[in-house]
Ligand binder design. Sequence first.
Ligand SMILES: CC(C)(COP(=O)(O)OP(=O)(O)OC[C@H]1O[C@@H](n2cnc3c(N)ncnc32)[C@H](O)[C@@H]1OP(=O)(O)O)[C@@H](O)C(=O)NCCC(=O)NCCS
Length: 152
Amino acid sequence: MIRPMEISDLPTITHIFKQANPKTTAEAIHKYTLPVLQEFPQFCWIVVHSEGTKIVGGITGIIQKDRSAGYIMDIAVESSYHHQNFGHLLMARELKAFDEANVSSVELEIHYLNAKVIPFYYRYGFRLQKIKKDEYGSGQDAIEMNKTFKVN
Ligand SMILES: CC(C)(COP(=O)(O)OP(=O)(O)OC[C@H]1O[C@@H](n2cnc3c(N)ncnc32)[C@H](O)[C@@H]1OP(=O)(O)O)[C@@H](O)C(=O)NCCC(=O)NCCS
């Protein structure tokens, strides 16, 4: 089940997001996620296991001030729940929210250690854009991906 993210979810979800952010801390993730949730609740979602209330993953995103482009900040599903379609539920809900916001594109960045998730994003129409060298510190490159939306 997908539901909107709430502030009380932050301790759990930042811990899960830590899996997608190898070189940062849960505290740092909490610090940047709180203002994102406060300003952009429409792009912040939680997925809960269907047989209970356990949070198994989440997604956060923002939109540029001119509302032309969206950006996925974090997406992660707890590792023991991978390959059970929870990531799909999160991504489908997020793309619906960006579509409703009439963005022309959505961007995201992947730490090079997470490169194995690239095929997941390809499924949703994201394509490789560029490598950002040292984006997360010395030797910590990022892979930028982008999805173009139909412009009305
Ligand atoms: C990326 C991530 C969110 C995907 O979550 P997920 O819940 O495993 O996603 P899904 O189950 O919807 O899909 C994952 C794969 O499982 C497959 N799958 C889905 N349901 C399946 C099922 N019932 N049986 C077998 N495979 C299945 C999908 O086809 C998909 O294949 P792909 O890897 O080729 O895309 C998850 O891998 C994750 O949290 N990774 C660590 C954090 C991370 O790297 N985040 C990205 C940082 S930018």
